[in-house]
Design a protein around this ligand. Structure first.
Ligand SMILES: Nc1nc2c(c(=O)[nH]1)N[C@H]1C(S)=C(S)[C@@H](COP(=O)(O)OP(=O)(O)OC[C@H]3O[C@@H](n4cnc5c(N)ncnc54)[C@H](O)[C@@H]3O)O[C@H]1N2
Ligand code: MOO
Length: 408
């Protein structure tokens, strides 16, 4: 077996896109009530204007704004009240100069009116007459037809992860059902003679399967589904069988452990044993996560994540999240926090370093405190809030330097 042929993070992302962006993911129609956090597989184009008519945003009188021009406490304008607009009903009356009509909040205003004056700014002289003392401008207290959404406007794009606000938009359009991507299917294989499941006895020398469980929840959090989570011993045939099952039943196969160059690291050979291009990447200039493997077997991505839990999770976040976002056209809109690093920090030039940090708020400023530990220590991640990325060509960070913290 060859030793690592290390590639940069960006090169690896390009390889993922080139080989796997066009994987076909099934779609289905669901009620908008079941669409929360699902990903749209088609653009939503509005068939209507929202609102469909000019509406008042206040309780008041719809008038022609020019009837109010020049009026004051000393020289009010007097207007005839033609009647009242009823909620939910079309207005058939038009107003002329010197006339107005009462409109409740949200009610339709007559075509000939261009503004609404609030009742508290009006003096009601009798049932049919009001006086106004203050000028009001065109458009005041009115939402015009199509102000919110225009007919034929693209309201939501393919790849949108649907939020509660988006469900509100769909309801406004009268859309009952949307077409979404079905969850991307994953198989998770934890490999290693030492790895045992939670219901097994912890004999001396054994290690609980941390990665299988952490990856399971990362996939769920991404909107994916897990077809199978399993543990296999360090035997070529057993690993190959599980990878074959994974390829046949899933869209993406993840193997944790066995990605390095030890005598019992079979991931590389197993990936190369299937039809397809085999191993595309073995080794990334990345810390943690260098011994990652990316392969293509029978047109499916099979990814060998490093066994150390911190490395497995970080590699998932850098590459699997990226790939899923690319496949589903999800707009990557990750929130970051600006913070001040509170220690000098050396990195490893030549490698992109993902430095874990905790965050502390002092006097309305965030401070990022580097968290140190080995990549075999899962609590390094659980005690951190996020990470700072230090580029390959950078030797480190200076205390007090402003950094972007990517939240975990
Ligand atoms: N000669 C070299 N050895 C190693 C290198 C190297 O460049 N040259 N890289 C090191 C780095 S970096 C990492 S990370 C590991 C990755 O190793 P593997 O992917 O082959 O993983 P294993 O050897 O199977 O396991 C490593 C470590 O992680 C523990 N582990 C594995 N799976 C799980 C799991 N599901 N849950 C919890 N812990 C797990 C395993 O017990 C080992 O302690 O290679 C270095 N070696
Ligand atoms: O991926 Mo390794 O964790 O750099 O030790």
């Amino acid at each position: 077996m060859d030793f690592f042929n290390v590639m940069s993070v960006d090169e690896v992302k390009d390889i993922l896109v080139k080989n796997f962006k066009n994987i076909k993911i099934e779609t289905e129609k669901v009620s908008i009530l079941d669409s929360y956090e699902k990903v749209l597989s088609k653009d939503i184009i509005s068939q209507i204007n929202v609102p469909e008519f000019n509406r008042s945003t206040v309780d008041g009188y719809a008038i022609k704004s020019k009837d109010s021009h020049g009026c004051s406490d000393f020289m009010p304008s007097f207007l005839d009240v033609l009647g009242e607009v009823r909620m939910g009903e079309a207005v058939n009356i038009d107003i002329n100069n010197g006339q107005c009509i009462y409109v409740p909040t949200g009610g339709m205003i007559p075509k000939s009116s261009d503004c609404v004056i609030m009742i508290e700014h009006v003096e009601k002289l009798d049932e049919n007459t009001i006086a106004i003392h203050k000028p009001i401008s065109t458009g005041e207290n009115v939402v015009y037809k199509g102000d919110d959404i225009k007919e034929n406007e693209k309201v939501l794009s393919k790849g949108t992860k649907i939020t509660s606000q988006d469900i509100g938009v769909l309801a406004a359009l009268g859309v009952n059902e949307v077409e979404i991507y079905k969850p991307i299917k994953f198989t998770i294989i934890s490999s290693g003679d030492e790895i045992i499941d939670l219901d097994e006895k912890l004999e001396f020398g054994k290690i609980r399967d941390i990665n299988g469980y952490a990856l399971y929840s990362l996939i769920k959090n991404l909107g994916g589904s897990i077809v199978k989570r399993t543990i296999v011993k360090d035997k070529y045939d057993l690993l190959r069988d599980e990878v074959l099952n994974g390829i046949n039943s899933s869209d993406i196969v993840l193997i944790s452990g066995g990605s390095s160059v030890g005598t019992k690291d079979y991931t590389y050979d197993v990936i190369n044993s299937f039809d397809g291009q085999g191993v595309l990447v073995h080794g990334i200039s990345l810390k943690p996560g260098k011994p990652t493997i990316i392969g293509e077997c029978q047109n499916k991505p099979v990814i060998g994540l490093p066994g150390h839990p911190v490395s497995a999770i970080i590699v998932f976040k850098i590459f699997i999240e990226y790939l899923v976002n690319e496949i589903l056209d999800i707009n990557i809109n990750k929130y970051t926090v600006s913070a001040i690093i509170d220690k000098n920090l050396h990195s490893s030039p030549g490698k992109r370093t993902y430095q874990m940090v905790s965050l502390e708020e002092v006097d309305n400023k965030y401070y990022a405190r580097p968290m140190f530990g080995k990549s075999s220590m899962i609590t390094l991640l659980s005690k951190s809030c996020g990470y700072v990325i230090i580029d390959e060509n950078c030797e480190g960070l200076y205390k007090e330097q402003e950094v972007k913290v990517h939240l975990l």
